[in-house]
Ligand binder design. Structure first.
Ligand code: ZN
Length: 365
């Protein structure tokens, strides 16, 4: 745990907002579960700073939250707004998670990125103060973090219940990141490094994925073939902010904006930008269109078995009100084998319900 740092001055708080020039883009959980300390947070702070997102570098962890509580009180007195604290409490979710910074800004002038004092339970504090957990979050792999929580099932239930504010579902470097129409990548043009071409499969483009996802897709394709489902090939994988701009604009040009938004993510809001998502196609005698996968043996096999390799079918039929997208049986999202097994065993159909996040049918604007 880092030592407490001095309170930010009102001048510093205002500079954090006014120097930005615009409200930072962020989803409902985009900045609420990042109170953990350590190297990853400092790296993220630097990335946010480069992206123009206002930050309070000294506000971290439980002590940071305490600092924020005092800072909010100081501001309240300074601007003479009666009842402000009551408004803040009313805006805080009952599950103990911090509230969206934009909501804070409605009642605390100049405090666009202050964490809200959360009503943390003793259990919550125990998890995020556990040295095994904090060390794994600061230095360990995603699998080591899951292990520190006692396994993927406990990790999921703790995070979904709001009991692990030190875990960020907005960190694009994590396999558990959730990107949707309310949760853009932060920073908006983030890119994974490295990404590699999955081996031993047919492909229609030179698609690349993060190494774990690439290896998992190779195993998925080989197993599908071995189990009689036929050939599966890669259609699309990592797309940068700029390439997603071209993809999305192409849909808008041909379909109009409303229809495009049901089929293609706006740049900065695509899972493909994480390097963890891939579109696959049936490739017997040459690869078909991704839209044709659903009616094939490969499509049925993928729906039933993708979890075995760490993938989930991200946009299932019937869940457009949650995901904001039409069914895409070809779009696979890698979340790692441990979490994918929990997802499968629990009968989940969206990452939003899996992690207790709000539905994201539409963009904020
Ligand atoms: Zn896709």
């Amino acid at each position: 745990m880092l030592p407490p740092e001095p309170l930010p001055s009102r001048r510093a708080l205002r500079a954090g907002r006014e120097g930005d020039g615009a409200r930072p883009a962020q989803g409902p959980g985009g900045d609420t579960r990042e109170a953990g300390d350590g190297r990853r947070d400092r790296t993220r702070d630097r990335e946010r700073a480069r992206a123009g997102t206002p930050i309070l570098a000294g506000v971290r962890g439980r002590r940071g939250i305490i600092v924020a509580v005092v800072a909010v009180a100081v501001i309240a007195v300074g601007v003479g707004v009666g009842g402000m604290i009551g408004s803040l409490n009313a805006a805080a979710p009952a599950d103990g998670r911090a509230v969206d910074a934009a909501a804070v800004a409605e009642v605390v002038p100049g405090a666009t990125s202050l964490p809200v004092p959360a009503q943390t339970s003793a259990a919550t504090a125990a998890v995020c103060d556990d040295p095994t957990v904090t060390t794994a979050l600061a230095q360990g792999s995603d699998a080591e973090v899951l292990s520190a929580f006692g396994g993927a099932a406990t990790f999921r239930s703790t995070v979904a219940g709001g009991g692990a504010p030190c875990v960020s579902l907005a960190d694009p470097a994590r396999e558990w990141v959730v990107v949707n129409k309310q949760r853009p990548l932060v920073p908006i043009d983030w890119e994974p490094d490295p990404v590699i071409a999955p081996a031993d499969m047919q492909r229609t483009v030179d698609g690349r994925l993060r190494p774990a996802a690439a290896d998992a897709l190779t195993a998925l394709v080989a197993t599908a073939q071995a189990e009689g489902a036929g050939a599966i090939g890669l259609n699309s994988a990592f797309r940068s902010f700029s390439s997603q701009t071209r993809t999305y604009n192409g849909y808008v040009d041909s379909l109009g904006r409303d229809a495009a938004d049901l089929q293609s993510a706006r740049p900065g809001f695509s899972e493909h930008q994480t390097g963890l998502a891939t579109d696959v196609a049936a490739c017997d005698g040459g690869c078909g269109a991704i839209e044709d996968l659903g009616g094939t043996p490969q499509g049925a096999w993928v729906a039933a078995n993708a979890w075995r390799f760490g993938f989930v079918v991200r946009y299932e039929d019937g869940y457009t009100p949650v995901t904001g997208y039409q069914a895409e049986p070809w779009h696979l999202r890698y979340i790692g084998p441990e979490l994918a097994q929990v997802y499968h065993d629990g009968g989940y159909h969206t990452l939003e319900e899996f992690f207790g996040l709000p539905a994201a049918p539409d963009y904020a604007d």
